[in-house]
Design a protein around this ligand. Structure first.
Ligand code: SAM
Length: 274
């Protein structure tokens, strides 16, 4: 299946400009609402649960592609470190994130900062971090080379012994989910024009050798099968499946099984002593 649509500019630079424009537009339209970055509140709950399982609460932490600040806000009760930073290249996302952060307690405001920053640029002015995470950020880069360059940019500011946690979507997961949909007569889910899902095998093979994948958590597998296959199949033709349908809510409460969703979490450890 083509990972593009007729809307997508062919050239990488033009594509990146158009994608950034898309995210700024999302922020202008939805402000601090969850809808700015996802239409699916249950998938977001699962992302937050998975991040809480894999982020070390004690470590200074950076989120790259923090959007309007949803993840940081929801993780603050877990992340107890004195330094929690978020960056995003979409200026309007950061404006919304700053608005949300302004409502934090004084104590939290003193340890949290959000600012404009691009994962494709030199990140060293931010200083170094023990823990860095992304949530559906790398999938907005136009090629595998850009995705791997982004990881090298992260590596440059990740302390030895540090942890990188990536919540990203893979093309292999999407293909397995679509095979299930096709088995019950549903159309495959197509990719958004602004996304390039990770080619998991090529991406992992291209990581620097000192970055070791120590865990892969397919936290959304069961939820995607139930919401995108069962609920989609049960929805009357011509109607859009309801993200908050009861069957989805039930699925969101169950432990995940299998590896049949695009969305998953990678824990990557940098060699060296912290
Ligand atoms: C799907 S949204 C997720 C936002 C947030 N992590 C969340 O889950 O609510 C992806 C975010 O990545 C940001 N992004 C995409 N490319 C980026 C880049 N090159 N540098 C920094 N942020 C980027 C977008 O602006 C957008 O806010």
């Amino acid at each position: 299946m083509a990972n593009a649509s007729t809307m997508a500019p062919a050239d990488s630079t033009e594509r990146m400009t158009a994608i950034k424009g898309f995210w700024n537009e999302q922020a202008r339209k939805h402000g601090t609402d969850l809808a700015a970055t996802t239409p699916d509140p249950i998938a977001k709950d699962l992302e937050i649960g998975a991040l809480k399982r894999h982020l070390d609460p004690a470590l200074d932490t950076l989120e790259i592609g923090c959007g309007n600040g949803t993840d940081i806000l929801r993780l603050l009760d877990h992340l107890r470190s004195r330094r929690v930073v978020g960056i995003d290249y979409a200026e309007d996302m950061i404006e919304a994130a700053k608005k949300s952060m302004s409502e934090l307690s004084l104590a939290d405001r003193s340890r949290v900062a959000v600012d404009v920053g691009d994962i494709m640029k030199d990140l060293t002015p931010l200083g170094r971090f023990s823990q860095i995470f992304t949530v559906r950020c790398l999938i907005n880069l136009p090629t595998l080379d850009h995705q791997l360059q982004a990881v090298r940019n992260i590596d440059a500011i990740l302390k030895p012994g540090g942890r990188l946690v990536l919540v990203e979507s893979t093309k292999q997961g999407q293909e397995r989910l679509n095979a299930m949909r096709e088995a019950v007569g549903l159309e495959p889910i197509s990719y958004h024009w602004h996304n390039l899902y990770l080619d998991q095998d090529a991406f992992l093979a291209g990581l620097p050798r000192h970055l070791k994948v120590v865990a892969i958590d397919s936290f959304a597998s069961l939820y995607f099968v139930i919401s995108r296959v069962f609920n989609a199949k049960m929805t009357p033709p011509g109607r859009a499946p309801d993200y908050l349908a009861e069957i989805n809510t039930i699925a969101g409460q169950l432990p995940s099984i299998g590896d049949n969703a695009p969305l998953k979490l990678f824990v990557i450890q940098k060699e060296g002593r912290a």
